[in-house]
Ligand binder design. Structure first.
Ligand code: HEC
Ligand code: HEC
Length: 344
């Protein structure tokens, strides 16, 4: 390069950079602008597309903020659950449940596919809607406390481009985090992907589960292991209090005693079982399905054999095989993944 062309190049660069600077100076920088990186969920080919509203796409920053809020007791500073974080009742190593008396804690595995939340489906819509309920009604989050902290305003600005935190953004961040809580690496998943094998007993249990012999698949449908619907499976024949289930929401007598089908993913980790935690073990659950179903007008017809009114009547071997299969739904990665644990 000779001297003249070098000078020309510098002149050109100078002009170009100069206009660049002038251009930026003309448009004032928005102090509340977000700085987000899109996040793609790592899902197997057989997973249906999750429900993600257009106005709350997954971002690295949104998920990180939601995770922090989920593990922060600041959320319950002044509400009815003082000193609690979400994670106080939703432990990762128990698939985000906790053994408790009374209303059983629901797992958080794969809630990104749900359209109804809580055992009776009392909240309908997206994760944003149920998080709004958690923030405003259940926890009664003191937004002022979040605004007053040194770190949260900047994290909310980054994730949502807002300088004023409201319940809406708190719910949006938590919803993004909940969508990130996915479980698709159980031994059963590995079997489905030809990455692993199951024992003869586990395969026998799988066959019972997936055929009319056990009939579980009608409601605990693959691959989420739930149909995300409501059924009265015959735990009782008389219903009162919260035991009326979905009826409390719809007022429809056919919904008496009907509850949300829980996912069976990680079920070996989430004892006790059923909405009221009445069964302590999977063996007790299988004894119920086999011979303990109570009749009532709202009993789901799938629970009895057509025409006979009889329940499954499984042999001890069949029950043991089904329990063995349920254990293959445990996803060790999910239960121990540091990315799903506390950021503190
Ligand atoms: C005091 C214990 C407790 C705390 C704290 C708690 N939860 Fe829960 N959570 C439960 C129980 C119990 C249920 C089931 C309630 C029902 O169905 O009536 C539940 C249900 C849920 C559900 C519905 C799941 C489904 O399958 O429909 C979501 C989502 C959820 N919790 C998220 C959260 C978040 C987020 C927080 C923090 C803001 C939180 N929970 C704090 C006990 C708790
Ligand atoms: C008609 C639909 C239906 C069928 C068929 C069905 N389930 Fe369920 N299952 C449910 C519902 C709904 C619940 C929650 C009921 C409640 O708590 O009131 C449930 C609860 C469970 C639970 C406890 C879950 C928890 O988180 O507490 C297990 C375990 C279970 N079912 C396993 C099975 C097995 C194994 C079969 C087959 C033998 C089966 N289910 C057949 C709908 C069904």
């Amino acid at each position: 390069m000779n001297k003249a062309s070098a000078a020309l190049l510098f002149l050109f660069l100078g002009l170009w950079l100069g206009t660049g600077c002038r251009h930026e100076a003309q448009e004032p920088v928005d102090p509340c602008a977000s700085g987000t990186t899109p996040l793609q969920l790592d899902l197997p080919a057989y997973a249906p597309p999750p429900v993600i509203p257009a106005d709350n796409p997954l971002t690295v920053e949104g998920v990180a903020l939601g995770r922090r809020l989920y593990y922060d007791t600041l959320l319950s500073l002044n509400g009815p659950y003082q000193g609690f974080a979400c994670a106080s009742c939703h432990h990762q190593d128990k698939a985000f449940t906790v053994p408790t008396a009374g209303t059983n804690v629901l797992s958080h595995a794969n809630l990104g596919w749900s359209t109804h939340f809580l055992w009776n489906g009392g909240v309908e819509g997206t994760l944003e809607d149920v998080m709004r309920f958690e923030v405003e009604e259940f926890f009664q989050v003191d937004i002022q406390a979040l605004r007053a902290r040194p770190e949260y305003p900047a994290l909310f600005r980054q994730a949502f481009g807002t300088c004023s935190i409201t319940a809406r953004e708190v719910a949006m961040a938590l919803a993004q985090w909940m969508r990130r809580i996915t479980s698709f690496n159980s031994r059963f998943d590995q079997y489905l992907r030809y990455e692993g094998t199951l024992s003869p007993q586990e395969l026998s249990g799988m066959n019972l589960f997936l055929t009319e012999a056990g009939d579980c698949f009608h409601c605990h449908s693959l691959p989420l292991m739930t149909d995300n619907a409501f059924h009265n499976i015959g735990l009782d024949s008389i219903f009162s209090g919260t035991g009326v289930g979905r009826y409390a929401v719809t007022g429809n007598p056919f919904d008496l005693g009907a509850f949300k089908t829980p996912t069976l993913r990680n079920i070996a980790q989430t004892a006790p079982y059923m909405h009221d935690g009445r069964f302590q073990t999977l063996e007790e659950v299988l004894a119920f399905y086999s011979g303990g179903v109570h009749h009532s007008p709202s009993l789901d017809p799938i629970m009895t054999k057509p025409g006979t009114g009889l329940t499954l009547g499984l042999t001890p071997q069949q029950k043991a095989d089904l329990v063995a299969f349920l254990h293959t739904l445990t996803d060790e990665d999910f239960l121990t993944d540091p990315a799903l644990g506390s950021p503190f």
